[in-house]
Structure formats: structure tokens, C-alpha cells
Write a protein that binds this ligand. Structure first.
Ligand SMILES: *[C@@H]1O[C@H](CO)[C@@H](O)[C@H](O)[C@H]1NC(C)=O
Ligand SMILES: *[C@@H]1O[C@H](CO)[C@@H](O)[C@H](O)[C@H]1NC(C)=O
Ligand SMILES: *[C@@H]1O[C@H](CO)[C@@H](O)[C@H](O)[C@H]1NC(C)=O
Ligand SMILES: *[C@@H]1O[C@H](CO)[C@@H](O)[C@H](O)[C@H]1NC(C)=O
Ligand SMILES: *[C@@H]1O[C@H](CO)[C@@H](O)[C@H](O)[C@H]1NC(C)=O
Ligand SMILES: *[C@@H]1O[C@H](CO)[C@@H](O)[C@H](O)[C@H]1NC(C)=O
Ligand SMILES: *[C@@H]1O[C@H](CO)[C@@H](O)[C@H](O)[C@H]1NC(C)=O
Length: 653
């Protein structure tokens, strides 16, 4: 269980536990939330949720607090306020300029009657940046999941790419039917324009496309690979309409047909009417105890996880566990080639050698090829690097000489783990070979915060200079770098930034004496990605490729078009609450108020530069392009071992 999930579920349960007993008053017909709250899940429809959402009135006082806090966060903390104005970003990026301050002002001027519309506009503004570090998730309208009975993917068959059915939870046997149209439009264009408007995962349109579609990821509790429903078919936000109509082309027997699919509604919320919905789901619970001192020093700083995605997965798994797992087993058992795997951890063509949070495999068809799966950067930083060194020794003992580093499902985590993983592969006493230059926005309020933090011996927050290192010597600061700010004008706007610095990491977590056949040898390493390797994963990928010369194979996207290796790597993230926590923990008055809602609000607040570049990595498309791009086939999209074999073929042909 990850921190954000724990916090989220914890908060929801706490709110339920301490809510005053609620009695149903009046007739529930006039309160759509009362209807929603009393229906069992199998009776709940899209319309029930929509009616409840739309019945909540706009609250001008709460909206003002929200807008004021967002103004300060976006204006003074968000590190890409001005970079986001950059026009004409080169391919593979496809992301128009955004004036976040003007967007916020427009929302302030608009007259709302529904609360839902207000929060939806704030979400759309955050999404328009195409930077998953900037998010606005209203707890009120992102705690119920909507699931389609089929998920989609886009394999290439006989040189032609088409949308097809990936997972099928219907009893119609639609698996691999071509999806020719969605709601009457060409399916590929429909999906692309949907992700361009509704998801902000990446500045690369091909990565956004991947994000919408089904894929595979490694899961630590079972140590197995499981199909993951893409953003298009499983959502935490209210869909545009109550159903989708797919124009399907199946086999000769079935022919062409139209299939209308309603959304299945999934949630675990407890409420009985509008008042308790507001209290239990939307509104901030009573203040929690102050954050623990030294949280950051324990290695959880610069923590990032996409809350909405996580919430959806949790809900879907809880409510549909049996059906889901049953479908998954059938997906996995229908192998194109090969015999059954000997243990649940093994794949037909790959032996599971060792694993827990990360894992290593050896390919049977190409025994010199090993795989290191790194599905997250949320790890025990003090021990995971040495665990990986031990796993790698097991691979070397089996005569593995070449290593694929599989980053599927990795949306980031701890920045220092990104550095340590580079140190495992390319050990160096020069710490700068495993870190990017970076800098913060520097305003008087954060200078004050950093000052208090450096003086406090027990607390280490996001702005603690002792967790940051000087650029020239890579040693932690003893003085406050936020005091020597420099003004920079970008896209016509001026802002003050710190000097360039590094985020520090503890090199002793890696035993530099341990060497493997691929240590310090870029030609024996390959990075495998679908472009969704985000945040700290992206920082790792940038260092591995752009600094140490490893080549990447990116899978999926649009055939014959370049695809990014990673997304939103150019920054570290803070939430609005974490920012306020730092001030409160140090006894300072925060410069902005917490929101009156359970919302999750994040911004990128430390920008990074790849190599000697002067453009921040987040706005540097050339540094994102993968050396190789591979199309999915139905086989490689469903059998991860076959994908590994194909990647080894591309990398070491
Ligand atoms: C619907 O859900 C309720 C409560 O979970 C259950 O008792 C009932 O059998 C379900 N009905 C159908 C038709 O599945
Ligand atoms: C597996 O990882 C979890 C989470 O980091 C950890 O608590 C557990 O001790 C690990 N198990 C083993 C056998 O290393
Ligand atoms: C590894 O290679 C050595 C030398 O060729 C050989 O003796 C040994 O049996 C091989 N080990 C495995 C596990 O294949
Ligand atoms: C630097 O920029 C900030 C923000 O625009 C401005 O308030 C400040 O006066 C500028 N400082 C200098 C020295 O120009
Ligand atoms: C670095 O890690 C080692 C081993 O875990 C620990 O003993 C040491 O105190 C750490 N150093 C710092 C500066 O945190
Ligand atoms: C240092 O921070 C801790 C944790 O927030 C706090 O309890 C303590 O009062 C602070 N010490 C000083 C001297 O401000
Ligand atoms: C920056 O440029 C210098 C001089 O060309 C070079 O030696 C150094 O390796 C470069 N640094 C990085 C991080 O690429």
C-alpha cells in the first residue's frame, strides 16, 4: 500500500467514523444523492451519479478560498508557470502553450451555479498543461469509478494499426475484434482527441494514446504481471455520456456489428443524502495531527503518485476482484505459443529468478538476456538498491550478460532512488553523474521557510537546504540558497529562481565494488518503456540514456512515429497540503490556505535540466525521443515475455 492511498482511504474512513448519525429527511426523489447513497452498486447507473453530482450547488465562499490558494500555488510555487507559455514545441511533443494564470482568472470571472462545473474547469485547466505533476482532483467528483466492459489496445497486424478489443468482460467473445468506430467516429481519431482533451499524462500525443489503452504491469503483492485497463475504459471522472457505442468488425461469422456499452459504477462510499455526501466525500475532515518531523530525511520526499489512477485501480480491484481475475486468467492462458508456465511467477519464455518490489527474470529463448523490472520508484531507499545488486548477481551466475530494464507501470516515486539505480549500473564517486541540475522558484516566503528549516535540527521538509547539494562540489548546503535568487525572464514573464543545485542522495546505499557483465557498459543495457515512465522513473531514464548512452526501446504509440521514453521527468512534485505542512511544522504562517475540500492538488516545484541543456527537461522534446520504437502485436501486448524477446531482438540483433 502506498502512502497516498493510505492517506486517502484513511481520511475517508475517519470521516465516516466521526460523522454524526444522518437521518433521511424528506422524500429521496428530490435529492438525487439520497437515491445514489441507498442503491446497491449493481443498481447504480451513470445517470444516478450524474444527477447527484449536478445537484450540488456552487459555494462562492469555498470557491474563493480555493481560487486564492491556487493563485499563490500557481503563481509563486509552480516552477513551469512561464515555461508553459512556450509555443511550437517540437515533435514528439504535441502540447499547445498554456497561460495558467489567465486560465485561473477566467474561472474566477465565470458565473457558476453547479459546484461540479467549477471543479471540472479547474481540473481541465490543470490537465491542459499535459504534465501529470500538475493535477486537480476534486474528492467530491473523483471517488466513484466508471468501467467499460471492454478495454482497448492498438496493435499492428500485417503492417496496419487498428484499435482492437484487449480485455473483454462481456459474454460476447469480442476479444481482438477491430473497433472501427466509437460513437460513429473513426476510433483512432476519437481516442486521440479524447486523450488530448481529457488526460494530461504527457506532452507526447503517442504517450497519451498509450495511457488510454490497456497494457501490462508487474504487481508486488503477487509478483506477477497483470493486465491494466487504460484510462479510456476505466475512469474516476464522470464520462461524457451514459454509454459508448462501438462499431466492431469481428470474424467472418460475427461480421460487423454495433455494441452499446453502459458504464459500470464502482465505489465504496458511505452516505445517505446530499448532506452526508458533502460531509463524507467532498469536505475536508477535521484537522489531522501535524506531520511527523524528519519525514523527508527518511527518503519519502519528492513523492509522486497519480491519485486518480490509484484510486480507480483500488476500487476496480476491490469491487470486481473475482470477475477481473477470472478474465485475467483467461487472457494469460490463451497463449499464442509455448507451454504452460511452471509457477505463477514464471512466464512461458521467462524464468522468475527473484523479486519483491522489483524483480529479475531470465529469458529461456535467449538465456544471455535478463530483465530487471522496476515498476515503481516508491521503494525502501536505504535497501532496494542493494537488493537489486543481489538480484543482478543471481542473473550473472546464470550467465546472463545483457539486461533489459523494464519500466512498465512506473509512475515515479523517490528521486534519490533514481540516482541510486544509476549508481548500481554506472558506479561513480562523482555524484553528479547520477543526478540532474535543478532549481526552484525562489520567493521571500520560501526563503523564510528554508531559513527556519535549516535552523531546525529535527525537521527536514521539502525546502530543507541540507537535503540539497551545491552545484560545484555536490555537498549539502550549510547556508540558505533561497536567499541568493536570480531573476529570469521566460516567454516575456519575469520570475526569481534559486541558483542551480542538486537534490542530494546517499551514495553509501550502493556497494560500488559489485560488478556485473553489464556494469558500465551501455551496449549491454536496454531501457524498455511505453513512454509512461514518469517523474523519478523519467529522471532515471534521462540519465541512463542521455548521460550514459543506453538506448531505449519505446513500445506502442502511433506506428512509424517517434515516441517519448518518459513523461513529466522535468520536475519534482509537491501537493498543496505538503507545502502548507512544511510551514506549519516549523511554526510559520503558511502563505496560502488549505482547500475546504478533500481535493488533491499538485504542482511541479523543482525543475531539472538534462546534461548541459538550458531548457528544462519538461520542455525539451529532443531529450525524450527513444532510439527505437516497437509496434505492439496481439502477442507482445498480452505476453510480456514475448515483448522482452522482441525487445532483445531490436536491441541486440
Ligand atoms: C445486487 O447487489 C445486492 C447487494 O450487494 C445483492 O444482494 C443482489 O443479489 C444483487 N443483485 C443482482 C441481480 O446481482
Ligand atoms: C518485500 O517488500 C516489502 C515492501 O517494501 C517489504 O516490507 C518486505 O519485507 C519485502 N520482503 C522481502 C522478503 O524482502
Ligand atoms: C555458465 O557458464 C559456465 C562457463 O561456460 C558454465 O560452466 C556454467 O555451467 C554456466 N552456468 C549456467 C547456470 O548455465
Ligand atoms: C524579480 O522578479 C520578481 C517577480 O517578478 C520581482 O518582484 C522583483 O522585483 C524582481 N527583482 C529584481 C531585483 O528585479
Ligand atoms: C547514508 O546511509 C548510511 C547507510 O544506510 C547511513 O549510515 C548514513 O548515516 C547515511 N548518511 C546520511 C548523511 O544520511
Ligand atoms: C522543529 O520542528 C519540529 C517538528 O515540526 C517542531 O516540533 C519543533 O518545535 C521545531 N523546533 C524549533 C526550534 O522550531
Ligand atoms: C557538459 O559539457 C562539458 C564540455 O563539453 C562536458 O565535458 C560534460 O560532460 C557535459 N556535461 C554533461 C552532464 O553532459
Amino acid at each position: 500500500m502506498t502512502l497516498s492511498k493510505a492517506l486517502l482511504l484513511g481520511a475517508a474512513l475517519a470521516a465516516v467514523a466521526c460523522a454524526a448519525p444522518v437521518t433521511l429527511t424528506g422524500d429521496s426523489g428530490s435529492d438525487p444523492c439520497a437515491v445514489l447513497g441507498t442503491l446497491s452498486l449493481n443498481q447504480t447507473t451513470y445517470q444516478h451519479v450524474r444527477s447527484c453530482y449536478r445537484s450540488i450547488e456552487f459555494n462562492p465562499a469555498q470557491a474563493k478560498t480555493t481560487l486564492d490558494s491556487l493563485y499563490t500555488l500557481y503563481n509563486d510555487v509552480f516552477v513551469f508557470r512561464d515555461a508553459a507559455l512556450t509555443p511550437d514545441l517540437a515533435l514528439p511533443f504535441s502540447s499547445p502553450p498554456v497561460d495558467i494564470m489567465a486560465g485561473l482568472e477566467k474561472i474566477r470571472q465565470k458565473k457558476y451555479s453547479r459546484d461540479f462545473d467549477f471543479h471540472s474547469d479547474l481540473r481541465s485547466l490543470a490537465v491542459s498543461l499535459n504534465d501529470a505533476h500538475v493535477s486537480y482532483a476534486a474528492g467530491c467528483y473523483s471517488s466513484i469509478a466508471f468501467v467499460q466492459p471492454i478495454s482497448l489496445y492498438a496493435p499492428v497486424i500485417d503492417g496496419r494499426q487498428a484499435i482492437r478489443v484487449y480485455e473483454d468482460a462481456t459474454d460476447e467473445n469480442f476479444k481482438d475484434c477491430e473497433v472501427v468506430t466509437i460513437d460513429g467516429e473513426d476510433a483512432t481519431s476519437y481516442l486521440q482527441s479524447w486523450v488530448d482533451k481529457r488526460t494530461g499524462y504527457s506532452k507526447d500525443a503517442g504517450v497519451r494514446f498509450n495511457n488510454a489503452l490497456g497494457t501490462f504491469s508487474y504487481s508486488q503483492p503477487t509478483q506477477t504481471w497483470a493486465a491494466k485497463t487504460g484510462e479510456f475504459s476505466m475512469r474516476a471522472i464522470l464520462p461524457e455520456s451514459e454509454h459508448l457505442t462501438y462499431g466492431l468488425r469481428c470474424d467472418a461469422v460475427k461480421g460487423d456489428l454495433h455494441y452499446r456499452a453502459h458504464w459500470t459504477v464502482v465505489h465504496q462510499l458511505q452516505f445517505t443524502d446530499k448532506a452526508s455526501f458533502l460531509k463524507n466525500v467532498c469536505e475536508r475532515p477535521p484537522p489531522t495531527p501535524p506531520p511527523q518531523a524528519g519525514l523527508a530525511a527518511k527518503g519519502t520526499k519528492h513523492y509522486k503518485r497519480d491519485l486518480e489512477t490509484e484510486l480507480k485501480e483500488q476500487l476496480w480491484k476491490e469491487a470486481h476482484r473475482q470477475k477481473y481475475e477470472e478474465k485475467q486468467r483467461s487472457l494469460l492462458s490463451k497463449r499464442a505459443v509455448g507451454e504452460a508456465a511452471p509457477s505463477p511467477q514464471d512466464l512461458t519464455d521467462a524464468v522468475f529468478v527473484a523479486g519483491n518490489v522489483t524483480a529479475v527474470y531470465q529469458l529461456k529463448s535467449q538465456p544471455h538476456v535478463g530483465i530487471l523490472a522496476v515498476p515503481t520508484m516508491i521503494v525502501e531507499v536505504a535497501t532496494e538498491a542493494s537488493t537489486i545488486q543481489r538480484y543482478m548477481t543471481l542473473l550473472a551466475e546464470r550467465n546472463v550478460t545483457h539486461l533489459i530494464i523494464d519500466t512498465f507501470g512506473n509512475g515515479g516515486g523517490d528521486v534519490s532512488f533514481a540516482s541510486l539505480l544509476i549508481q548500481v549500473l554506472f558506479p561513480s564517486q562523482d555524484k553528479s553523474t547520477a543526478a540532474q541540475r535543478s532549481r526552484f522558484r525562489a520567493t521571500p516566503m520560501v526563503a523564510t521557510l528554508a531559513d527556519a528549516d535549516i535552523k531546525n535540527t529535527t525537521y527536514a521538509g521539502f525546502y530543507d537546504p541540507e537535503l540539497l547539494a551545491d552545484k560545484a562540489t555536490f555537498t549539502p548546503f550549510k547556508t540558505n540558497p533561497f536567499l541568493s535568487a536570480e531573476n529570469i525572464t521566460l516567454n516575456g514573464r519575469e520570475a526569481s529562481y534559486t541558483q542551480e543545485l542538486y537534490m542530494d542522495y546517499n551514495l553509501t546505499a550502493v556497494d560500488q565494488g559489485i560488478k556485473h557483465p553489464w556494469t558500465n557498459d551501455a551496449s549491454k543495457l536496454t531501457l524498455l518503456t511505453d513512454g509512461q515512465c514518469g517523474s523519478a522513473c523519467g529522471m532515471f531514464a534521462d540519465l541512463l540514456v542521455n548521460r550514459h548512452g543506453v538506448k531505449a526501446v519505446a513500445v506502442g504509440g502511433h506506428t512509424k512515429k517517434d515516441l517519448s521514453m518518459f513523461s513529466y521527468a522535468g520536475a519534482a512534485v509537491t501537493s498543496l497540503d505538503q507545502f502548507v505542512d512544511s510551514f506549519e511544522a516549523l511554526g510559520l504562517t503558511p502563505p496560502l490556505q488549505r482547500l475546504p475540500y478533500t481535493n488533491t492538488v499538485n504542482v511541479g516545484f523543482i525543475e531539472l535540466f538534462s546534461g548541459n541543456e538550458t531548457v528544462p527537461l519538461e520542455y525539451d522534446p529532443a531529450r525524450h525521443v527513444a532510439a527505437h520504437r516497437l509496434d505492439y502485436t496481439p502477442e507482445t501486448a498480452r505476453n510480456h515475455d514475448q515483448l522482452w524477446a522482441a525487445v532483445a531482438g531490436v536491441a541486440w540483433a
